[in-house]
Design a protein around this ligand. Structure first.
Ligand code: SAM
Ligand code: GLN
Length: 284
């Protein structure tokens, strides 16, 4: 889509091919998928929709929009921020640069919670650091009888979580504040969290530079918030209540040790779909 070719007609097929080529040259991880998602967003359809529209010419306005998005993607801005949405656990989530983009890894924690709690009856869940609302909304959607409370230290993140709770028709309590401060004196059947756990100062892929640092990085080799939750969660669980914590690669050893020292029982570690230790489950 260089200037000298400005006047020829560009079909959906042409632009998907052109974008895929640019993204491949830039060594992005999934060039074709990124091209299709961005193109579908500009055309206002889903990915199947672009296959039905391959011969459709783009308007010059659509081409301009597309070019601007391609530039941003080449600057390593994640596709989810370009198209302002992301699928998680089969649901559609609004995302903005104020929230972490929900990761497939986190579905491991959601599955574990579904296994632990009652399928029909009531249960109470606290999701600490809810971000986009991914965990809280996915669980509230799958288990409408559960009472769900979600917190975040970021008011901007909570606004996105509120939008996602409304969009997915999952009523819940949303509270602003650090860790357990907004739920002082309250107890739950399950405390779940995917807190920031990337070691501060570690080298990360360029896409992460576009996500909120407060959602990613933690002190003490990334363990600071995980440890704080392990130390404090006991006071916010019903007898026999469960704790589920997502963590990063290589953090399972220190976490299990800390959990034992803090007096937790039935400590076990669950692996994600790639077989990497990803979630700590402990009981009060
Ligand atoms: N739960 C979401 C998910 O799994 O996609 C977002 C997880 S993101 C890794 C961590 C979230 O914790 C961010 O939204 C961040 O604002 C929030 N957070 C960071 N420090 C916090 C604290 N001290 N108390 C509560 N939330 C915190
Ligand atoms: N799983 C994210 C990543 O490594 C980190 C999320 C987090 O810190 N909780 O990209």
């Amino acid at each position: 889509m260089t200037d000298e070719r400005e006047h020829r007609t560009w079909t959906v097929r042409d632009v998907v091919r052109w974008m895929t080529q640019r993204f491949t040259e830039a060594k992005l991880d999934s060039p074709r998928l990124d091209a299709e998602l961005v193109c579908a967003h500009v055309l206002g359809c889903d990915r199947v929709g672009i296959y039905l529209a391959m011969d459709r010419p783009l308007s010059s306005r659509e081409r301009d929009t597309l070019r601007a998005l391609v530039r941003r993607r080449l600057a390593r801005e994640p596709v989810a921020y370009l198209i302002r949405r992301r699928e998680f656990f089969g649901l559609s989530f609004a995302v903005t640069p104020d929230v972490l983009i929900p990761r497939p890894d986190t579905e491991t924690l959601v599955e574990a919670a579904l296994d632990l709690g009652p399928a029909e009856g009531g249960w109470s869940l606290l999701d600490l650091g809810t971000g986009s609302g991914a965990i809280a909304v996915a669980l509230a959607h799958a288990r409408p009888a559960w009472r769900v409370t979600a917190t975040d230290v970021s008011a901007k993140a909570l606004a996105v979580a509120r939008e996602n709770a409304a969009r997915n028709q999952t009523p819940m309590e949303l509270l602003e504040g650090g860790l357990f401060v907004p739920v002082a004196g309250r107890r739950f059947d399950l405390v779940a969290s995917n807190p920031p756990y990337v070691p501060r100062g570690s080298a990360v892929q360029p896409e992460l530079g576009h996500e909120p640092p407060g959602a990613l990085f933690a002190d003490d080799d990334g363990l600071a918030l995980l440890f704080a939750i392990l130390d404090e969660a006991d006071g916010h669980l019903e007898d026999g209540g469960h704790l589920l914590l997502e963590f990063g690669q290589g953090q399972d050893g220190p976490l299990k040790e800390r959990a034992r020292a803090a007096g937790w029982s039935e400590i076990r570690v669950l692996a994600d779909l790639a077989g990497i230790p990803r979630v700590l489950h402990a009981r009060r």
